[in-house]
Design a protein around this ligand. Structure first.
Ligand SMILES: [Zn+2]
Ligand SMILES: [Zn+2]
Length: 326
């Protein structure tokens, strides 16, 4: 499907600034209507150009007419996302964020912040599974409280022994794990946190203007990642509930949970795939909070230029001192 403007026939997109559908060609708001539903998708339904995409793509941009196309069968049925956090940062806002953050980065290559390169930034919806766990956390152990005091010439130490039991139910709601093969897991962890209170029911309109993927992996396949997060949080909460002892011998500790409830959601990320000397330096920006993850390449030419200036200055100073000493 494609969202077309009823007034001018242009491609309507979701505007993060206006928080509604917007036609950038005639400036009209909420003038969109769906067209080309369930079109045969080897060719762009708008211009007929040949479009290519991967087995996971759900939303793409036609390279010929620039229209944003949403693949109906990949946002429907089992692939319907339950919720989505719409982009809060537009492309222009993200370009300004990156410029602001790296303007003092002296050694970055000259074109790193150029308009042409920054315009290659793409807004991408990353598929996520969210897991809800109903956990039971049990602990049994022997705690010791030690108390020492001095009376006369004698030092006394008292050991008091306690049978410590904890039986807690902890509910975890929405532990995220990204279901995209191309997105490095570590990066998504760094882009956290998202404000999950802003998840809203999915509408395909949100995808217009952005790229998207259906989930690449089923919820079972990546559940261990969410499970590990749940387990370490539950263990920490259990630990925090046991305080005030000099020492503790755990006899039994268990964290169990039945199979979690899962939900398929989409989260917004801006990606800047900057290449320098055939190497890619990807930058990721949280599309909701503006948090930036990435490292600029260092231009060796610039480092050289800087080193040369510094060296020239040092030589000049040494020469001057030399003259003064004479
Ligand atoms: Zn229009
Ligand atoms: Zn096209």
């Amino acid at each position: 499907m494609i969202f077309k403007c009823k007034n001018c026939g242009g491609n309507s997109v979701y505007s993060p600034e206006k928080k509604m559908m917007y036609c950038p060609f005639c400036d009209s708001e909420n003038s969109d209507e769906r067209q080309y539903e369930h079109a045969q998708m080897q060719l762009c339904p708008n211009c007929g150009g040949e479009v290519t995409y991967t087995e996971h793509t759900s939303a793409l941009q036609c390279p010929y007419c620039d229209h944003y196309i949403i693949l109906d069968e990949r946002v429907e049925g089992a692939y319907t996302p339950r919720k989505i956090i719409p982009f809060q940062y537009s492309k222009e806002m993200v370009k300004n964020l990156i410029r602001e953050k790296f303007k003092k980065c002296t050694f970055a290559p000259t074109d790193f912040l150029s308009e042409v390169r920054l315009n290659t930034i793409t807004g991408e919806y990353i598929p996520f599974w969210m897991y809800d766990y109903h956990t039971r956390c049990l602990f049994q152990g022997e705690g010791v409280k030690r108390r020492s005091w001095v009376s006369g010439n004698t030092e006394y130490t008292e050991h008091a022994y306690y049978h410590v039991v904890r039986d807690m139910s902890i509910e975890f709601a929405g532990i995220p794990a990204d279901a995209s093969l191309k997105m490095p897991d570590g990066i998504m962890d760094l882009l956290e946190p998202y404000n999950y209170k802003e998840l809203v029911p999915f509408q395909p309109e949100y995808l217009s203007g952005f790229l998207g993927e259906k989930y690449n992996m089923t919820s079972d396949l990546i559940e261990s990642r969410a499970h590990a997060k749940m387990e370490s949080s539950a263990a920490a909460m259990l630990q925090q509930s046991i305080t005030g002892y000099s020492s503790m011998n755990a006899a039994n500790r268990s964290i169990t949970a039945p199979a979690p409830d899962t939900e398929f959601d989409l989260l917004p990320v801006w990606v800047y795939r900057y290449t320098y000397k055939d190497q890619e330096y990807p930058f990721y920006v949280n599309g909701q909070t503006g948090k930036i993850i990435g490292k600029t390449p260092v231009s060796s030419a610039k480092v050289w230029a800087y080193g040369a200036t510094l060296w020239a200055c040092l030589t000049a100073i040494i020469v001057m001192i030399g003259y003064l000493l004479l």
